[in-house]
Ligand binder design. Structure first.
Ligand code: PMP
Ligand code: GLN
Length: 389
């Protein structure tokens, strides 16, 4: 293994999901739903596989099939008022993960710096390292009301002459934070002042709860940002099909073209028969998207109540599949130890968020629970967690 990848062990998701299987625990660690997505989408995939006439099951075009690119462009205009040319400004990828990796590999020279927020989704650090670039994480910390924020001076200080891009995830995994208009304006100001690119990971774009302080706004829609931003999303979260790995990136033609230059040698193309099915899903009526959000919000409320009852201090989650909790009131000091022992103690698996920080001390006492599970599963987990007290 090359030296630069040696610090990256097995991902925490693999470790914790294996632990859940081994101990027969309820897995609230890795974020995947335990029910299937919309029937129209599933049927469209089955139909494409069956009736492919030899075509749907073969290599799709490099940027993705035209119907899916058109659906992605329509979706972006409909929800975010961002018009895109489906022929030059949209590319389909192997999940958001490939889009993130290809964007970083396409834009960063060796030793360039990437500003991002910690805790960060774990593939960010690995992709930045693969590109030979350097991460400059700005720490998100829970404030007195439990909401995560960051220090403006710290963000300003993270930008410098080597900053190539800012990598922003909002709504944010693992904190459930939705970046506010003021925070986005500051990021936009600094990106323009330092003439950087932006890559936005918006896989949870449809999971912003009705009590969030502010709605989700794509960074690309702020003045001066469209021409420098690659916006990334994925079908996995919105349509409960995390195993399909159908994602996409949108942006100005030169940036999409740069990403595609790399992408063609990573995977070339992806998941032929799943592409028409995701096109169907993206065209579902608004009620699908709001209904899905309401369902997840109810589950969030359920789990938050259970965690509070069990004695955790819970940080309010405004979006995503996740909520974080402080283990200190339960006598915990180290999230990694706590999560490794949790299955034995009560048959539940969670994820320590410490592993998503460079400044690990900031997240040592925090762990993450996923609530994208059936109510009965959340109830059972909550019941088991009360044994901790
Ligand atoms: N970014 C974030 C913030 C995520 O939570 C996930 C899913 N775990 C991804 C990217 C990856 O998405 P995909 O499965 O579409 O590659
Ligand atoms: N995005 C999911 C999570 O954060 C799963 C990630 C993964 O398994 N790589 O839990």
């Amino acid at each position: 293994l090359v030296e630069r990848m040696r610090p990256f062990g097995t991902t925490i998701f693999t470790e914790m999901s294996a632990l859940a299987v081994r101990t027969g625990s309820i897995n609230l660690g890795q974020g995947f739903p335990d029910t299937d997505g919309p029937a129209e989408m599933l049927e469209a995939a089955a139909r494409a596989v069956r009736e492919g006439a030899g075509l749907a099951n073969q290599y799709p075009p490099l940027p993705g099939i035209p119907a899916l690119r058109a659906a992605i462009a329509d979706h972006e205009r409909r929800f975010w008022s961002l018009p895109r040319d489906p022929d030059t400004e949209v590319v389909v990828t192997a999940g958001a993960t490939e889009a993130i990796a290809a964007a970083i590999l396409a834009l960063c020279e060796r030793d360039d710096e990437v500003v991002t927020f910690e805790p960060y989704y774990d593939s960010y650090a690995a992709s930045i390292t693969l590109a030979g670039a350097v991460r400059r994480p700005v720490t998100l910390r829970p404030g007195p009301d439990g909401r995560y924020g960051f220090d403006e001076g710290e963000l300003r200080a993270a930008f410098g002459p080597r900053t190539r891009l800012v990598l922003l995830n909002s709504p944010h995994n693992p904190t459930g934070k939705v970046f506010t208009a003021a925070e986005l304006a500051l990021i936009a100001e600094l990106s323009q002042e330092h003439n950087t690119y932006a890559v936005t990971d918006e896989v949870y774009e449809h999971l912003v709860f009705t009590d969030a302080a502010e709605p989700h706004v794509p960074l690309a829609s702020l003045p001066g940002m469209r021409e420098r931003t690659l916006r990334i999303s994925s079908a996995g979260k919105t349509f409960s099909c995390t195993g399909w790995k159908v994602g996409w990136a949108t942006g100005p033609a030169p940036l999409v073209s740069a990403l595609m230059r790399v992408k063609q040698f990573l995977t070339f193309v992806n998941a032929g028969p799943l592409q028409p099915a995701v096109a169907v899903a993206l065209g579902l009526p608004d009620t699908y998207f709001t209904g899905f959000r309401d369902q997840l919000q109810a589950r969030r409320d359920h789990l938050t109540a259970g965690l509070t009852e069990a004695g955790f201090t819970v940080q309010p989650s405004e979006g995503t599949y996740f909520v974080t909790a402080d283990i200190t009131p339960l006598g915990g000091t180290d999230g990694i130890t706590f999560c490794r022992e949790l299955p034995e103690r009560c048959g539940v698996v969670a994820v320590p968020t410490q592993v998503f920080y460079d400044h690990q001390e900031a997240g040592r006492h925090l762990i993450r629970f996923a609530f994208c599970k059936r109510e009965s599963v959340i109830d059972e987990a909550a019941q088991r967690l009360t044994k901790l007290g």
